[in-house]
Design a protein around this ligand. Structure first.
Ligand SMILES: Cc1cc2nc3c(=O)[nH]c(=O)nc-3n(C[C@H](O)[C@H](O)[C@H](O)COP(=O)(O)OP(=O)(O)OC[C@H]3O[C@@H](n4cnc5c(N)ncnc54)[C@H](O)[C@@H]3O)c2cc1C
Length: 393
């Protein structure tokens, strides 16, 4: 998603791009089938994808807006509600299948002569001094700048010798699509259990996509359970807020990790998205941060070109790193702190959590502040993440 967005952002500005992708994106799927991999996209991401021309295509496939959020804590009486009406917004974001975002960006790219796609193709090795990248089939590509958008286990980052700092979480995330008996009321629900957060994300057809984080052993057990027992435990874990859980699709599990690259750039190389940072999914921020990386790097390269510099010059890359690294680090640290605070069984901490949540719920200023944060519109934004005048979003 992040690499494709960046290719679109640069391709429409006339930069010559070779996009290398290992897996052919899914081009069609049976109607009514929902992919397990979904992301909650912020308004800033929506703006980026709109400005790149992908959002209307995504709307033609499937977008699920949510208007409210409800977060509550199993270890205290803490609860917080958010409602887009309070800040005069039509929604607080959208739940979108990752394949929808990727396909829309690929369709957009198809019309850009500046982009040549190599797919399926694997980036095997790089030579930064010679600025070459070798594909697994032996073809060699020359470029002023190599951008690693190859995910959390980035092979290119590894080959460039860029170290990461971080740790594996004691949690795995189980994902599935399920049908609740009750109405989800276009609300994103999240309950913090001592074992990890359970998120129920509303889909436009009444179903929900879940992300259920718990210990690796518990996740493995949940994966093995018969459907009836799995649904019973899910109804219990969600306190029946959406009524009984009636049916579920296939389940998949992802190990969770916090990870941050020590550097985002080298002369002729830049890291974006999960290749640069991986974050706990509890606040649904991973790809949103990645899309901001893409929009910012595009802006720095465009600026550099208008000053007569070639892409890959370290000055422009450092500007990108300075703009993004601090923000990403702050979000990684905040989500890590939330994860630790809410997975803690200490009674005093539980009391403080409850007080904190209830305070943020009742003080309108705080409540609105958190909603604006969730929309991703706070702080310095690259031009692509700002709303285009006259566009009805
Ligand atoms: C359970 C779960 C829930 C999440 N929910 C949210 C959410 O609600 N909101 C949110 O913002 N984020 C969420 N995330 C995080 C989000 O999924 C990631 O941040 C996002 O996928 C990162 O996108 P990316 O494009 O950087 O990397 P990836 O999605 O990992 O894509 C990397 C791409 O590179 C290709 N590739 C890799 N190696 C090579 C190679 N050598 N040669 C060629 N191609 C290669 C792969 O095929 C892939 O297409 C969630 C994550 C998890 C695990």
């Amino acid at each position: 998603m992040v690499g494709a967005a960046l290719a679109c952002a640069l391709g429409r500005e006339g930069f010559r791009i070779a996009l290398i992708e290992g897996r052919e994106p899914q081009r069609q799927w049976p109607s009514g089938e929902i992919d397990q991999r979904v992301s909650a996209l912020t308004r800033a991401s929506q703006n980026i994808l709109t400005n790149l021309g992908a959002w209307p295509r995504m709307a033609g496939m499937r977008l699920s807006p949510y208007q409210r959020m409800e977060v509550w804590d199993a270890g205290s009486n803490g609860c917080i509600h958010f409602d887009c009406a309070e800040i005069g917004e039509p929604n607080l974001g959208h739940i979108v299948e990752n394949r929808v975002t990727q396909l829309a960006l690929w369709q957009e790219m198809a019309g850009m002569a500046a982009i040549e796609r190599f797919c399926p193709a694997h980036a095997e090795s790089i030579d930064l001094a010679a600025r070459t990248l070798t594909l697994a089939d032996g073809r060699i590509l020359h470029a002023g700048l190599i951008i690693a958008a190859d995910g959390r286990d980035s092979h290119i980052r590894h080959m460039a010798g860029i170290a990461v700092r971080g740790w594996a979480y004691d949690q795995h995330a189980l994902v599935a699509t399920l049908t609740p008996a009750g109405d989800h009321r276009q609300t994103a629900w999240q309950r913090f259990l001592p074992t990890g957060p359970l998120a129920l994300l509303p889909l436009d057809d009444g179903r929900c996509s879940i992300v259920w984080s718990s210990s690796p052993e518990e996740s493995a057990r949940l994966m093995e359970l018969e459907e009836k027992e799995f649904l019973r435990l899910l109804t219990k874990a969600s306190e029946g807020r959406l009524g009984e859980m009636l049916a579920t699709g296939p389940r998949a599990v992802f190990p969770l990790r916090l990870q941050h690259a020590l550097s985002y750039v080298r002369p002729g190389l830049a890291l974006v998205g999960d290749a640069a940072h991986a974050i706990h999914p509890l606040a649904g921020q991973g790809v949103n941060l990645g899309l901001l990386d893409a929009a910012t790097l595009a802006q720095c390269l465009i600026k550099g070109r208008s000053a007569g510099r070639q892409p890959g010059v370290i000055r422009d890359l450092r500007r990108y790193e300075r703009s993004r690294k601090g923000d990403n680090m702050a979000m990684l640290a905040a989500m890590d702190a939330f994860k630790r605070l809410f997975s803690n069984r200490d009674r005093l901490l539980g009391l403080m959590r409850g007080l904190g949540l209830n305070l943020a719920d009742r003080v309108p200023f705080l409540n609105r502040f958190f909603m604006r944060q969730a929309l991703g519109l706070e702080g310095e934004l690259p031009p692509l993440a700002k709303r285009l005048q006259g566009l009805d979003l």
